[in-house]
Each structure stands twice: as C-alpha cells, then as structure tokens.
Design a protein around this ligand. Structure first.
Ligand SMILES: C[S@@+](CC[C@H](N)C(=O)[O-])C[C@H]1O[C@@H](n2cnc3c(N)ncnc32)[C@H](O)[C@@H]1O
Length: 390
C-alpha cells in the first residue's frame, strides 16, 4: 500500500465468519454488503426534537435555515467539496432531504421532530508528502463517533499525538478502534499521551489505515493537551462526514436526539399531572421529552448515579424552562426500599412513597446555570465520556 493511501476513511467491518454466513444467507450477499458498509458510516441526517413549550417546528425550521445559511452548510466545516455518490439514498426521508435540508417527521404525532441533512463521505487532503507524514492525533472511538456527528475533539477523547505539536497546527485525526484483549473484553489498549512519529512503529499504525476522520487545528500544544482535563483539543475544520453542529444553537428550544429515544418517550404517552420516575436519566433526553409531553405539569423524578451527570439533567431542564423535573444523584439499584425493610433511613416518609437514599443534586432552581462554566464543561465531558446520543 502506498503510505499516502492510508489517510482516508474506508473502514471495513470484520464479522465473525459464522455470523457473516448466517446474514449472507438471510439477506443475500449484495444486500448484506450494503448493510455492512452502512454500519461503518454515521447517519446521513441529524434528528432534532423541538421544545414545543417554547417554540414550534415551523419557527425552528425558519431559524435553523437562517443559521445554516449564515454559517455555511455545517456550521464550522469549510473543507473541499465533492463527495462519493451515496448508493444508499432512496428512502422517502432521504428523498425529502434532497429537496430541503430540514424536514418535519411525517409520522402522525411526531411533527415536533425535525431531520437535518448531512453529507459524506468527503475526500480530505491531509497534505501527505513522502517522508513527511502529517502531524496527527489518535482519538477514542466514542470521540470519533461524536466528531462525525458534528462535535469538536475534546481533551478526554485524545489518546495519542505527534511529537512537537504546537497550538494552531493543522492536524490529521484518526481513530483507534478497540481490539479484543486476552480477558475477552475490548479496549484500545493505548496509553494516553503516546507519542506518534508517523512511522509504521506507531501504535495501531496498520489498524488505522483508512480510519482518518478529518482534519483540524490544535487549540493547545501537545504538552498542554495531555495536561488539561477538559476543553476543546482540536477545532475540526473538515470531517469526512458533515452534519450540522448544534452546539450552543437555539439552546432550550431544540435537543439533538436519536429518533428511537424520542419514540420511546412518545410511546409512554405521559399525561399532564402524572408522576414518573426516570431511573438512568442523564443527560436527560427522555426526561425532558417526557416533561414536554406532560406539558410540564406533574412530577418527573430523574435520577442518575453520577453527580456530574445529574447536574447535566438539571442544566438541560433549566435551559428548556421545565420545572416539573426533580433531579437526584442516586444509584437506581439502591433507590427503592420494600415496605417492610427496616433500615432507619427516611423513616418519617409514608410507607408506599419512593424513598431516596441519596442526596438531591444541588439546587434545581439554579439561577447560576446560565453562567456556570463547570456545568457547561460537564456537558461537554459527559458527551465526550458517554458518547451516546440518547
Ligand atoms: C445511556 S444513558 C441514559 C440516557 C437517558 N435515558 C436519556 O434518554 O438521555 C445511561 C445513564 O445511566 C446512568 N446509570 C447507569 N447505571 C445507573 C444506576 N445503577 N443508577 C442510576 N443511574 C445509572 C449512567 O450514569 C448514564 O448517565
């Protein structure tokens, strides 16, 4: 392989042969190959839920179209145009997205869901010169997945970096996919802070062939990057897949959320005045969806075992002006006592009420949230750390 060929995005899924044979029989070789390829790519659109207590789908579409027009297609990417033709287009949604970059969900009752078009894969010139490989960082898989959905590279996601990287350097970003370890688990197995030379002796050099997800500008030096515990490490200029970034966009009016999570809240059909418990709630995607469906009237108890994540729920509820949510930092497994349990905690509560053994996450009427930097960083880190779009 020519060394320059590795700086591209062409992942190949490796299946357990038995599973692969099963699927080939079930789907046919051609269909299975299309499915297998699609599984290596991010979604071709983003899904956004509108806070109908604050706005309407039409108003949000209008505002987003204006933002997209002002900022360019995907907010902060200005790479070369030109992408591979996408052989998977053809569903009614994708056909609609060809006509307009933002469309309303056509499922009755879900008109508050919007789809925003993305594009890719794009070809990126990493500036490879024989004998002078580009400076690069390796990021975790979760970080890479977020980047391919419009996020920046945050500090905790960086695993390794070239030597002599300074703030403002152009840098290629690749991903270290987890490998199976001897204990049967999966891990990248890379020590954070590893120095890359751009040589075949670099960790996962061959495994990273075709796993370059974009190019950006470093916001700090190599030393700073591994000293810092939070913040943006690489400001992405170009990604192989481009989806609009919704970071700080129409805060409180919209929430980026996968359709199945939205449908889960919708299927629950929560009603005004009900009392609902969300036991693994952070970052609060379903919690806030439920609260909005309840018209913010009733009681929604949201718990998460992580203190920082519980704060993230509070921040989101505050942004969305939802007052029916009460947040607790609490392990769900220890959350509820049997009626006849005889420990001495909360003995003054009625026997059939839920009894919380842990503390309420600090003040839920927090005026401080707007300017609370820690909370904002917690959101970034929670996203970085959790990676899931819930
Ligand atoms: C995938 S996220 C949940 C997403 C959330 N339901 C939403 O729709 O936004 C899983 C969350 O569960 C929390 N969690 C896991 N085990 C828990 C437990 N035993 N008690 C409380 N929270 C837990 C994690 O901290 C994490 O924030």
């Amino acid at each position: 392989m020519d060394p320059s060929d590795r700086y591209c995005f062409s992942p190949i899924l490796r299946w357990n042969p038995e599973v692969e044979n099963y699927f080939i029989k079930a789907y046919g070789a051609d269909h299975f190959s299309v499915i297998s390829k699609a599984l290596t790519r991010p979604s071709s659109y983003s899904c956004v839920r509108v806070n109908t207590l604050k706005s309407t789908s039409d108003a949000v579409i209008e505002k987003l179209l204006k933002i997209i027009k002002e900022k360019g297609f995907d907010g902060d990417c200005h790479g070369k145009e030109g992408s591979e033709p996408d052989e998977n287009l053809g569903s009614p949604l994708e056909e609609s997205l060809k006509k307009s970059p933002i469309v309303k969900c056509q499922i009755p009752g879900l008109e508050y869901v919007l789809f925003v078009k993305g594009s890719g894969p794009h070809v990126i010139d990493y500036g490879y010169v024989p004998g002078a490989p580009p400076k690069e960082v390796i990021v975790s898989r979760k970080c890479a997945e977020a980047v391919l959905r419009g996020a920046q590279v945050f500090v905790p996601g960086v695993l390794a970096c070239s030597a002599h990287v300074e703030k403002g350097d152009t840098i290629a970003v690749s991903v270290a996919i987890e490998q199976r370890n001897p204990n049967g688990g999966w891990a990248s197995g890379m020590t954070r802070g590893t120095v890359l030379q751009g040589l075949q002796t670099d960790p996962y050099y061959f495994e990273r062939n075709g796993l370059y997800i974009g190019q950006g500008t470093t916001t700090m030096s190599r030393a700073g990057l591994f000293r810092a515990s939070e913040g943006i490490a690489v400001d992405m200029n170009d990604r192989v897949f481009r989806l609009p970034s919704f970071y700080d966009v129409l805060e409180g009016e919209i929430f980026l959320q996968n359709l199945p999570s939205i449908v889960a809240a919708h299927a629950l059909d929560p009603q005004k005045g009900e009392r609902i418990l969300d036991m693994c709630a952070a970052p609060g995607g379903k919690t806030t969806a439920i609260a909005i469906l309840m018209k913010d009237a009733g009681e929604l108890v949201a718990i998460d075992r992580s203190h920082n994540k519980a704060q993230v729920i509070q921040k989101l509820a505050f942004e969305m002006s939802l007052t029916c949510i009460t947040t607790y930092k609490l392990d769900a497994l220890k959350a509820i006592r049997q009626r006849n349990e005889t420990d001495d905690i909360n003995t003054n509560q009625s026997s059939n009420s839920l009894r919380f053994h842990d503390e309420k996450a600090s003040s839920s009427t927090t005026e401080g949230f707007n300017s609370d930097k820690t909370c904002k960083d917690n959101v970034s880190n929670a996203i970085e750390d959790g990676g899931d779009l819930c």
